[in-house]
Write a protein that binds this ligand. Structure first.
Ligand SMILES: [Zn+2]
Length: 301
């Protein structure tokens, strides 16, 4: 009887050890010790309108991080198709979103996961990282249709960019593993007044000011030590529109800054479906087979 008890206990201990080893092997490890990645998205922020002297906070990120003004959109150079592309690591021919306001794929995706979606960065990270915690805030409801909302703990839609900032500050105090803070400007100003107008340029500076306040908050709440922040946009524009196959519509900034990020211009080819691949590389998470993005070479060795 006693012998049987010991054997059973021994078998149970081996089983527990095996499970622990398995989960230890499965948990990904950030090669640079990063615990949080914060994505600041700004709609319609064209690379061709960047004047660094008007953008002191993005300039600070650039001078202390990695950056390019040649991140190219997919076509058409419109919103939902490109935000989705920046989340799913593949071009539109594969994920199926085609329009500025796509709410679901218009072409059947080449692959869907068990939740019925082409895998997005939120879902891939959630499935890979124990205790993953994600937040989003956006003032264009179209963003909410670009990813699997069930992979995110706190999806918040608000009606103006000041509320985006105010909500983001509260969300950041929950110390999310990954967050998207989306501003629906300067796109709105571009459509109503024009890309490159003084009002548009002033809106770029206002977005830059929010970037500065978010960075300051991350310093103050103690997150910045093990956080990476990146800034990107979906497209540029000209006149009062965008969507065409021309570089002032298709080129947007990508600026990444924080723990373990190299300093200098990204000279390699970088397209917007490389964004989520870069995020996965920071967390040490393998990307799905269906993705076509490549991580930018931005991590310190
Ligand atoms: Zn847009």
């Amino acid at each position: 009887m006693l012998k049987k008890f010991f054997l059973t206990t021994f078998a149970a201990l081996i089983a527990v050890a095996a499970v622990s080893i398995a989960s230890a092997q499965e948990a990904p490890k950030s090669p640079t010790g990063v615990k949080h990645v914060i994505w600041i998205g700004s709609d319609g922020f064209g690379a061709h309108y960047v004047n660094w002297d008007e953008l002191p906070n993005l300039k600070k990120m650039k001078e202390n991080g990695a950056w390019t003004l040649h991140m190219r959109s997919v076509l058409p150079s419109s919103s939902a198709i490109n935000w989705h592309t920046m989340m799913v690591g593949a071009p539109s021919e594969m994920h199926g979103y085609r329009n500025w306001n796509s709410k679901e794929p218009e072409i059947e995706p080449v692959y869907v996961n068990e939740h019925g979606y082409f895998p997005d960065v939120f879902r891939v990270l959630k499935d890979a990282i124990p205790d993953f915690h994600a937040t989003t805030v956006f003032n264009w409801d179209g963003i909410g249709f670009c990813y699997d909302n069930k992979a995110v703990d706190d999806n918040v839609f608000v009606d103006d960019i000041e509320k985006v900032y105010q909500t983001a500050i509260k969300q950041l105090d929950t110390k999310p593993t990954y967050a998207l803070i989306y501003f629906g400007e300067p796109d709105h100003t571009g459509h109503s007044i024009g890309w490159g107008t003084p009002e548009y340029q002033a809106m770029l500076t206002r977005i830059d000011d929010y970037v500065g306040k978010i960075l300051k908050h991350l310093e103050e709440n103690g997150m910045m030590e093990d956080t990476v922040v990146y800034f990107s946009s979906d497209h540029g524009g000209s006149g009062k529109g965008h969507g065409e196959g021309r570089l002032d519509h298709m080129e947007a900034p990508f600026i990444i800054y924080g723990k373990g990020i190299k300093v200098g211009e990204i000279k390699d080819v970088f397209v917007n479906f490389d964004c989520p691949s870069t995020v996965l590389s920071i967390f040490g998470v393998e990307q799905p087979q269906c993705w076509r993005g490549k991580p930018a070479d931005v991590l310190e060795k």
